[in-house]
Ligand binder design. Structure first.
Ligand SMILES: NC(=O)c1ccc[n+]([C@@H]2O[C@H](COP(=O)([O-])OP(=O)(O)OC[C@H]3O[C@@H](n4cnc5c(N)ncnc54)[C@H](O)[C@@H]3O)[C@@H](O)[C@H]2O)c1
Length: 355
């Protein structure tokens, strides 16, 4: 994605950064594989941010190979985006940046629309102005709303979202789709993530939520490590195997690898393509608790509480299209997801900033 890059690369999440997926000639490669670089949770460790953990940017430079350039900017800042695109020659962008807490989006819809929609429009404008017309976008299974059938394939109706976060993803998908139709030369891969969990197997990189975790597995891991007393399970009267909600959990490294295949797809001038990134298997909350008990060897206390508004009973992917067209398939199962998450949690019991 830079002048020397042999593969399209992208802009990583958050305070924008760019990478090359292959080192320039004569430079050593990424020691543990490029999945480390594409790891969305990595930046929470490495970069001081309003949304993530505070870690000095210098640490990022110390850990990454020298040929990786690092920039930090607000996606709403048009001048900064112009500056970035003026300074480097990208061949593709991976767009992860945005706000993503479902509950918060219900409380602060304008903030969510501003950051997610306006931020994306500014990015697309900057890309257009600089002739960069390849994008991979982090969309979400939330665009499907309440499933009309299962497993969810990409033909399932979208837009019936129950919260502004999901709607912002749906609107962005539509904007990118329209752009690809209207202007020749645009290619986009919209990746609908299911539920990414786990950590890099080194235990060095993992999700470090600030405050009370919004997602199930970081919360479960914090109970296992003794940071939280018990897990609240929202409802056990759904029509599922044990009454608790069922979701499609995907190892974060599988998700990262899905992005590499998406970048390769862009090179085929693919137009606008949409793929689910999931495993195709659903697990209930209580099955996840059991799996984490097995991985950690610890009891995880939980209490059943009332259902949470906006939750659906069951949601899992049909990942067949990604297998067929991207050659991508999730490799890791539930045990590996939990073992890797637990390793990270044990190495960072109070999160990165408290180590
Ligand atoms: N984690 C999930 O379960 C999940 C599921 C589906 C989709 N996604 C999407 O994947 C992407 C990455 O998610 P994540 O889990 O790593 O979340 P995250 O919160 O760790 O990453 C989002 C990043 O966007 C950055 N950001 C927010 N506003 C910004 C701005 N104005 N300018 C620049 N950067 C800004 C944040 O600082 C943060 O680093 C998001 O777009 C999210 O919606 C995540």
């Amino acid at each position: 994605m830079s002048a020397q890059g042999t593969l399209p690369g992208g802009v990583l999440p958050g305070k924008y950064r760019h990478i090359e997926l292959e080192p320039p000639l004569g430079q050593p490669g990424c020691p543990r594989g490029c999945d480390r670089l594409l790891f969305s949770h990595r930046e929470q460790r490495l970069v001081p941010e309003t949304q993530g953990s505070a870690f000095p940017g210098t640490e990022l430079k110390a850990e990454l190979p020298l040929w990786i350039l690092f920039e930090e900017l607000d996606v709403l800042d048009e001048a900064a985006l112009r500056g970035l695109f003026g300074k480097h020659r990208f061949s593709a962008v991976m767009h992860f940046a945005g706000l993503k807490a479902v509950g918060e989006s219900v409380q602060q819809p304008l903030e969510y629309y501003k950051v997610n929609l306006t931020g994306t429009i500014r990015l697309l404008e900057a890309m257009n102005a600089h002739g960069v017309r390849n994008i991979v976008f982090s969309s979400s299974a939330t665009v499907y709303g309440d499933p009309a059938y299962l497993p969810l394939d990409e033909k399932h109706p979208v837009g019936g979202c129950t919260n502004p976060y999901g709607k912002s993803k749906y609107f962005i998908e539509e904007m990118i789709r329209d752009l690809c139709k209207a202007e020749k030369g645009w290619n986009a891969v919209l990746l609908r993530y299911f539920n990414p969990i786990g950590a890099h197997e080194s235990g060095d990189i993992g999700e470090d939520p600030q405050g009370i975790p919004n997602n199930l597995m970081p919360y479960v891991a914090q109970v296992a490590v003794g940071r939280r007393e018990f897990l609240s399970v929202f409802g056990n009267d759904y029509d599922t195997v044990d009454g608790t909600g069922v979701r499609d959990y995907i190892h974060i490294v599988d998700l990262a690898k899905g992005h590499i295949t998406a970048l390769k797809k862009l090179k085929e001038n693919c137009g606008c393509k949409i793929y689910n990134l999931g495993t195709g298997t659903g697990y209930s909350v209580l099955q996840m608790v059991k799996a984490m008990e097995k991985a950690s060897g610890r009891e995880i206390k939980y209490k059943i509480v009332a259902r949470r508004e906006g939750d659906v009973a069951t949601c899992y992917a049909d990942p067949g299209l990604a297998a067929q067209e991207l050659g991508w398939k999730a490799a890791f199962g539930l045990n590996k997801m939990c073992e890797d998450l637990w390793r990270w949690q044990m190495q960072n019991p109070m999160g990165f900033s408290k180590n």
